[in-house]
Design a protein around this ligand. Structure first.
Ligand code: CNA
Length: 235
């Protein structure tokens, strides 16, 4: 099976990689839905509720405490998967990484065409004056982070109930529709509309790499229920 994947990669020039939290677990950042993921821990409210727009509006103090502790992955390094993808792009084999991750690790590994469907913790903006703030500002502030103008500094991260950036969706759809090989990996494929974007793929080389089974397993042409590191260290 791995030999088939290697052959397909060798023959491709428009690979698209569609990934999720599982891509960064081997860098030390927990995902949401694995047995040791965030959703299996106990909080005062379900995490899906805490990271929703209405919760952010109602209880910003609680939101930011949770965000700082559980969602701000700073100080982590790219792993072999991030690095191989950056190398493929540099070699002209990969046209885009479409990611649900918010950790910026693909760019840190050297990838340039990265479409961040759910935004990035590395960008934060004042909701009043639009001023930019780095992640460290949010991390080091107390309570609700505030700009000098008095506005709340909000992470550029898509919360539940918020819509995705239209331009990012369009670029992702275009890349996926034109892909000669689509690798979907490290994602439970349960968060919409992101998961639905893989339906735009028109080819017959859809590869799924995920430790747990996903609702799309029967649609893929090759399925690996293995860790990404195991596979990518051989590619
Ligand atoms: P998820 O629902 O937590 O699913 C992750 C999937 O990855 C699971 O099915 C695991 O089986 C699988 N997995 C975990 N580690 C590995 C590994 N090493 N090799 C192979 N498979 C693995 O995460 P999704 O991305 O599907 O859900 C979407 C959410 C999670 C997005 O909105 C993200 O923003 C959010 N998230 C992002 C990060 C991050 O930026 N690093 C971390 C945690 C959550």
């Amino acid at each position: 099976m791995l030999e088939t994947l290697k052959k397909w990669i060798g023959e491709s020039s428009r690979i698209v990689f569609f990934g999720g939290a599982g891509v960064s677990t081997e860098s030390g950042i927990p995902d949401f839905r694995s047995v040791d993921g965030l959703y299996s821990q106990k909080f005062d409210y379900p995490p899906e509720q805490i990271i929703s727009h209405s919760f952010y509006e109602r209880k910003p103090d609680y939101f930011f405490r949770f965000y700082r502790e559980k969602m701000l992955p700073l100080g982590f390094e790219p792993n072999v998967t991030h690095k191989v993808l950056a190398k493929w792009e540099a070699e002209g084999k990969l046209s885009a990484v479409v990611t649900q991750n918010i950790d910026g690790l693909h760019q840190k590994a050297g990838s340039r065409r990265v479409y961040e469907l759910h935004g990035s913790v590395l960008r934060n903006y004042c909701t009043r004056c639009g001023g930019f703030f780095p992640a460290e500002f949010v991390k080091d502030s107390d309570g609700v982070p505030k700009c000098d103008c008095g506005g709340i500094v909000k992470p550029d991260v898509v919360l539940y109930e918020e819509s995705l950036n239209q331009n990012t969706i369009e670029k992702s759809v275009q890349a996926i529709a034109n892909a000669d090989l689509l690798i979907v990996a490290g994602t439970s494929l349960t968060v919409y509309p992101a998961a639905g974007l893989i339906n735009y793929y028109r080819g017959n080389r859809l590869v799924l790499i995920n430790r747990d089974a996903t609702p799309y397993d029967n649609r893929a042409n090759l399925v690996f229920h293995q860790s990404l590191g195991e596979i990518f260290s051989q590619l």
